[in-house]
Design a protein around this ligand. Structure first.
Ligand SMILES: [Zn+2]
Length: 309
């Protein structure tokens, strides 16, 4: 018998879940095997159009965002009805001691200039590495900057390690261009599903209800190949894709948590702020299926190694 709230949460989904898609590090025009970066964008746009899903893109100037090709791609996304928001120009880490608040803010302003005039421009900012400052001065100094510029935080409710799988996939295809990518696809879906269940239950514990989710994925080869499968997989599991605008309207996304170091996914940040850090341990203790642990980067790496991927 499930009696306590935590037990109930640990048992699995409680309500119909809604999720919005966010893509970071856009456009990431770096060399890739199998599907070149522009073709990755074409494939992602087609997968979204076919399934009628809107994404929010968090854009950088580096990795091609500031080139004519990158700017044209950003415009294409905006014109296709997707949202464009800022992820800073240079993808700086606010937690680093050698990154001053002033330099960081200048980089954010430079990033905003890239997308400001484009269709879909949205006043949200997502911290690179989800790091919001390791000192009170930097964390709160940047919060004041955001407020002054009328910018919200592009919080993440479901964090993932798609970049890790992407790195393995790219290395494999560089060594072996004809390799079968199916095992990567399967592990990717398992990983995302483990992340979704874990964060969904954690957010329930933190906020006492099912919040509309924001999933963090990256502009990478992996998603050029499999974004459509990701969308279909969540739908098969009973989740509904909603617009990012609708998700970010929920009051939890207006929170400015005071955890230190600042940042991380919303449930991590608010749990740290409250000093309530028991959930992860309880979740791990309650789970027996090895696939349930694939939300963890180390378990994912272990599985990649086991499978020889
Ligand atoms: Zn990033």
């Amino acid at each position: 018998m499930m009696k306590c709230l935590l037990c109930l949460l640990l048992a699995g989904p409680l309500a119909a879940q809604q999720v919005a898609l966010s893509l970071d590090d856009v456009p990431f025009l770096v060399l890739a095997p199998r599907l070149a970066a522009p073709a990755q964008h074409k494939a992602m746009l087609a997968a979204l159009k076919q399934r009628n899903v809107q994404a929010i893109l968090f854009v950088n100037g580096i990795n091609g965002g500031d080139t004519p090709e990158g700017k044209a791609l950003l415009r294409t996304w905006g014109e296709a009805g997707h949202l464009l928001a800022n992820h800073s120009y240079s993808h700086l880490d606010l937690n680093r001691e050698d990154v001053s608040l002033k330099a960081y803010e200048a980089d954010v302003i430079k990033g905003e200039a890239l997308i400001q005039g484009l269709p879909g421009f949205t006043r949200l900012y997502r911290y690179p590495f989800l790091r919001a400052g390791a000192t009170v001065a930097k964390r709160d100094g940047f919060y004041a900057f955001l407020k002054a510029r009328g910018l919200g935080i592009g919080h993440v409710s479901i964090d993932t390690a798609d970049y890790l799988l992407d790195e393995r996939l790219r290395k494999r295809l560089e060594r072996e261009p004809g390799a079968d990518v199916t095992p990567y696809r399967e592990l990717y879906l398992k990983h995302l599903w483990a992340c979704a269940r874990f964060y969904s239950a954690w957010n329930w514990e933190v906020f006492g209800r099912e919040i509309p989710h924001v999933l963090l994925l990256h502009s990478r080869l992996l998603n050029g190949l499999f974004l459509g499968d990701v969308i279909d997989h969540f739908r098969t599991q009973g989740w509904t894709w909603i617009s990012p605008g609708l998700a970010f309207r929920d009051p939890v996304y207006a929170l400015m948590p005071r955890n230190l170091p600042g940042g991380e996914a919303l449930a991590d940040a608010v749990s740290a702020e409250r000093g309530q850090l028991g959930f992860v341990k309880a979740w791990r203790a309650a789970k027996t299926d090895p696939d349930d642990f694939l939300f963890s980067e180390s378990r994912l790496t272990q599985r990649l190694d086991q499978l020889g991927l």
